[in-house]
Design a protein around this ligand. Sequence first.
Ligand SMILES: Cc1cc2nc3c(=O)[nH]c(=O)nc-3n(C[C@H](O)[C@H](O)[C@H](O)COP(=O)(O)OP(=O)(O)OC[C@H]3O[C@@H](n4cnc5c(N)ncnc54)[C@H](O)[C@@H]3O)c2cc1C
Length: 413
Amino acid sequence: MSLPSSVDIAIIGAGAAGLGAANALKDSGLSVIVLEARMRVGGRGYTIMAAPDITFDVGCGWLHSADQNSFADIAGQLNFAIDKTRPPWREQSFDTGFPLAQRIDFIKALDAFYDRAEEAAKSGRDFAASTYLEPGNRWNPMIDAISTYVNGTELDQVSIQDMDAYEDTGINWRVRRGYGALMAAYGAHCPLALNTEVTLIDHSGKRVRIETSRGTLIARKVIVTVPTNLIANESIRFHPALPAKVEAARGLPLGLADKVMLALEEPEALPKDGNLRGATMRTAMGSFHLRPFGQPCIEGFFGGSFAQQLEDTGGGALAAEAIDEIVTLLGSDFRRKLKPLAESRWAHDPFARGSYSHALPGHAGKRAVLAAPIDGRLFFAGEATSPNFFSTAHGARDSGERAAGEVVALATK
Ligand SMILES: Cc1cc2nc3c(=O)[nH]c(=O)nc-3n(C[C@H](O)[C@H](O)[C@H](O)COP(=O)(O)OP(=O)(O)OC[C@H]3O[C@@H](n4cnc5c(N)ncnc54)[C@H](O)[C@@H]3O)c2cc1C
């Protein structure tokens, strides 16, 4: 779409939040444009066909808290089938390297850690979640590994108040054709300007002036949905500057999670929707979903500083690490049976610079600071602004709808 010279509402970013806002404004009577830097919609929701028979969600894949997840209803409306197979995260296929007795012991230690952190959060004071690891517990490195998957970072970087605020109903579903594909369908009828990177939001005058890679436009109001790391490092700037927003974004950095997809020969040897943990006594390890949806593949997941280290090593490092870990567990035959298809590099992605937000210790209150509108003209959405579903796609979508509601409430006053 060509860039209009002026609109009522400019939405910056066509991820779940931006699309949530655009859909909510559809019948508002206001003119709307979504300005998106990439050549596609979905942001951190992105489905590719890694092979003709392998669907790969490079970003979000699970409808977390599925019974309260607004994308579950949207999937129904758009005829996207939902798979309700339970996630295998607490299993270890064939018991290999991690027998049942050890798994029970580990889950006990993990749950006890969460209980201690939850109890501590009741004081209202904030500390790093790592404070509540039991000194000397053999499972501490693996509890930290779980944090790298869930938070994208190790527990010493995670606020217990933020951890406590997160709502998880424990129900997790998937979209068979891909979460990213669902988002793309959800955005299909939104007014979009792709390949349009916003560099400056000038709110010094009566109207907001937006500078982009494709020219300048004027808007009455703006909804900003870009990831926190881009506000924090000021790759998108405001004039006059908004130091409180930059500070809030810095308190809510994006952690890192990366995925790798491996094609699998002779897939019937492995269980459908099985699971393997690469190792049990260290934090730097992958987690492997065997044959997701029964597809002939293994999907690997890495998080935190280990994912960063693998990304920094260069393309192919995630696949090489995943294959080494799987071979250690299942035998050298698997070196021949596995072929790298695709891997993510979210930290190196200039329009994300990470995977999902966590609050640093002492910064849990920053989600509300980031979400607050400014001057009735600048509004903020995105997963990091969600009070209890942060770090998720549905939290992002709902935040976009919330920001759209704030805009409409003011427009009708
Ligand atoms: C590997 C991985 C696994 C995940 N797994 C899950 C999961 O299983 N379940 C779940 O619910 N969530 C998961 N998430 C998190 C989820 O994907 C995100 O929380 C959600 O998609 C964020 O949506 P958003 O709209 O807030 O941000 P984004 O999707 O990042 O959207 C922001 C948009 O702004 C655009 N943009 C950036 N800068 C500019 C600019 N200057 N000008 C114009 N446009 C700009 C970006 O290109 C992007 O499209 C995962 C994420 C990753 C990376």
